[in-house]
Design a protein around this ligand. Structure first.
Ligand SMILES: *[C@@H]1O[C@H](CO)[C@@H](O)[C@H](O)[C@H]1NC(C)=O
Ligand SMILES: *[C@@H]1O[C@H](CO)[C@@H](O)[C@H](O)[C@H]1NC(C)=O
Length: 329
């Protein structure tokens, strides 16, 4: 298709340049050629426009329904938050999401699904930036270098693409000074030194709050209530208490919450046996294996469950499922 258009457009150019000089045709051809050249360039080179960056709300919803298990609140909050933000041509501040919960409950997975439904290249996109505290900023002694670097990266990347997405993993292990250094970007400023951060998305992941979330879910379980009855407000209070009181995670939160920089708290519930089973089946499908219910049961049975007495919640959630399947097949 593209090839044919190219030939049709270049053909008159050959004749017009040989036969006679005809300014109008030449201009049209040259302009068309330039536009086409840019189109072809865009085709290979990721650019910050609709071709490469287009939020698909339906896609996100479908992905969450099909691939994420046991997280009715997180699914709802994330869809609502992103849809409102991405449909807003002129947001007043960047979108800041804080994802909380035990390991293996789907925090990383959800940030991938978000990226996949905004950027054509998903996590591979040059506009998606992931930072893992212990990997990218391991040494407390180098905090000043990290600060300068991080600020420059965020500034540089947002200048290139306003819709850039930044994911910070292991937020509870991040040096408080480093959090402080990105705080200005999260705020309601029109612009900072000529760069506007209002269209960017920041996603923070942490295990903080996981214990409180688990307590609430366990209470529902003990009362024989459906976990789908749990609402965001049931968790918010418990979560903020733990997060505030926990020395390791409290600091960053306090400073971000105090200034209302976080737009949405997204709680991830601990996963039960039936969810782990579903993860196993989904993983088989992803690996193009035959769906084997017995194997899914085995995998789920082999996980460790807590608390000691009730043994309801998978300690590692759905983490390590992929490698377990390797072992069973
Ligand atoms: C959005 O996602 C849906 C569901 O995955 C898909 O069918 C549709 O083609 C997508 N739309 C665009 C514009 O990519
Ligand atoms: C964008 O961020 C990456 C880190 O994800 C960094 O390596 C790169 O230098 C940044 N680009 C600019 C222009 O600052």
């Amino acid at each position: 298709m593209r090839g044919r258009i190219l030939v049709l457009l270049l053909f008159p150019a050959v004749f017009s340049s040989v036969d006679s000089f005809e300014p109008f045709t030449t201009t049209v051809v040259v302009t068309a050629g330039a536009l086409l050249g840019r189109k072809i360039y865009n085709y290979f080179q990721e650019t910050c426009n609709d071709d490469w960056l287009h939020f698909n709300a339906t896609g996100l919803q479908v992905d969450l329904e099909r691939k994420l298990f046991g997280q009715h609140i997180a699914s709802r909050v994330v869809v609502k938050a992103l849809t409102g933000f991405m449909n807003n041509k002129n947001p007043k501040k960047p979108l800041v999401l804080s994802l909380h919960g035990w390991t293996g409950t789907g925090k990383n997975f959800v940030s991938q699904l978000m990226a996949n439904n905004i950027f054509r290249r998903g996590m591979e996109s040059g506009f998606v930036h992931q930072f893992v505290a212990t990997a990218h900023f391991p040494h407390a002694s180098q905090i000043n270098t990290y600060k300068a670097q991080l600020q420059e990266w965020v500034r540089g990347n947002v200048s290139i693409c306003g819709r850039s997405m930044f994911i910070f993993d292991e937020m509870d292990k991040m040096h408080p000074g480093l959090i402080d250094s990105i705080k200005p970007f999260l705020d309601y400023y029109d612009n900072l030194d000529g760069v506007s951060y209002r269209q960017a998305t920041f996603v923070f992941l942490s295990n903080a709050g996981g214990e409180s979330i688990t307590r609430v879910v366990l209470d529902f379980w003990k009362a024989g209530r459906d976990r789908e009855e749990i609402q965001l407000k049931d968790l918010e209070r418990a979560m903020s208490l733990e997060v505030f009181n926990n020395k390791n995670s409290g600091f960053w939160h306090t400073s971000l919450i105090d200034k209302n920089l976080i737009d949405f708290f997204v709680p991830f519930l601990p996963l039960e046996y039936r969810h782990v089973r579903m993860c196993a089946l989904a993983e088989m499908e992803a690996q193009k294996m035959n769906l084997d219910e017995d194997m899914a049961n085995e995998v789920a049975k082999d996980m460790i469950y807590s608390p000691k007495e009730e043994r309801v919640f998978s300690v590692k959630g759905c983490k390590t499922i992929a490698s377990k399947l390797e072992y069973y097949r």
